[in-house]
Structure formats: C-alpha cells, structure tokens
Write a protein that binds this ligand. Structure first.
Ligand SMILES: [Zn+2]
Length: 193
C-alpha cells in the first residue's frame, strides 16, 4: 500500500528537529528495497542548502552532491548507534573525524538586524558546518532526545523531547504504522474468538 504521490516522496523534509537530521531525511525509506533519493541533482542540493539558510557563495556541482550524500551516510550509522546506545561504528567515526580535521569552520559573526553567521563560501564549508552541528548534538545532552522512526524501512532519526512519538514526523510513517497495528490487533482478536 503506497498512496503518496511521487511529488510527496521527493519533497524535502524539514521536520526532523535539526538541519543535520533533515540532511539524513533527504533519503526516504532508506532501509527499504527502493530508497527515495531526494538529493538527485546538484540543483536539488543547492535548493536544499538555500532552504537551510546555508547557501554557499559557490553553487554545488556533482562532486559536492557526492560529498553531501557521503556525509549523510557517515552521519546516519553514528546517529542510529547513539540512539540505540551502541558504540559508534569505527569506519564512519573515523571518516567524520577526518572530515572535521580537514575542514575547520571558524565562527565569524555578523551583527545586522539579527545575529548571523557568515555564509559558507563553498558547499564543502556548508557540509562541514552541518557535520559540526551533528557532532554537538550527538555528543551533548540533547542526544537523549533523539529517537528512531518505528517503521523499519524508514528509521529516520528525529528529535522526540516528549518521548511520545513512535514514528518520525512523516505522516506516511504514522499512518502505515497505525494501519499495521490495527491489522495485528484485529488478527489477534479473530484468533482469540
Ligand atoms: Zn518514518
């Protein structure tokens, strides 16, 4: 059963609770046999950066697109391990450390009508900023508020400060999960009769 349209599936999600979590969500149904790649082109990455207020001075090209997807798949296993209380997988942890070391990101503040950070000059700098945000989140006390979507093919990581959500904020996951729970309950009731 899949009634979401292609446009819905390709739409970016900004509801996971942090920019780096929304980067993870640029891949949909990641653990299914047909994952949805929402960062399909450099132009889509440019659009995503823009919507995250991280538009770099130089627009992204194909190499940057590959780097964005690479960072996403470095962060994903580290986030899942953190939520599950497991040790970080060594490969991604080493990759992340190397990336941070290669791309220092000093904070230059601009004070105009509001407090601003100087925009990233390159797509790589924008990604380095997201990597640092992920590290701060995963190593600080906010990590306790992270949760994983209960849909096995989704496993999106999202902030769940109340601890009450069983599914990520995607309406598709909650509805699929509820339908399955209802079916299971009916089956159990039929079996008991
Ligand atoms: Zn989900």
């Amino acid at each position: 059963m899949d009634d979401d349209t292609r446009d819905d599936r390709m739409a970016f999600r900004f509801d996971c609770g942090a920019t780096w979590l929304n980067l993870l969500a640029t891949s949909g149904r990641t653990f299914s046999t047909h994952p949805v790649e929402r960062l399909a082109t450099p132009e889509r990455l440019a659009e995503w950066f823009d919507r995250c207020e991280l538009a770099p001075a130089r627009p992204p090209g194909p190499h940057d697109l590959a780097e964005a997807r690479r960072l996403r798949e470095i962060l994903r296993p580290l986030a899942l391990a953190t939520v599950d209380g497991d040790p970080p997988p060594p490969g991604p942890a080493a990759d992340l450390a190397a990336l941070l070391a290669a791309h220092p990101d000093p904070v230059h503040l601009l004070t105009r009508h509001r407090l601003l950070r100087e925009p990233p000059t390159t797509p790589t700098a924008a990604l380095a900023r997201i990597a640092r945000q992920a590290v701060d989140h995963l190593t600080g006390p906010e990590r306790h508020d992270l949760a994983v979507c209960g849909e096995h093919d989704c496993r999106a990581v999202f902030t769940n400060p109340t601890g009450r959500r069983r599914w990520c904020p995607s309406p598709a996951c909650a509805s699929r999960g509820r339908v399955r729970a209802l079916r299971a309950r009916r089956k159990a009731e039929t079996a008991a009769e």
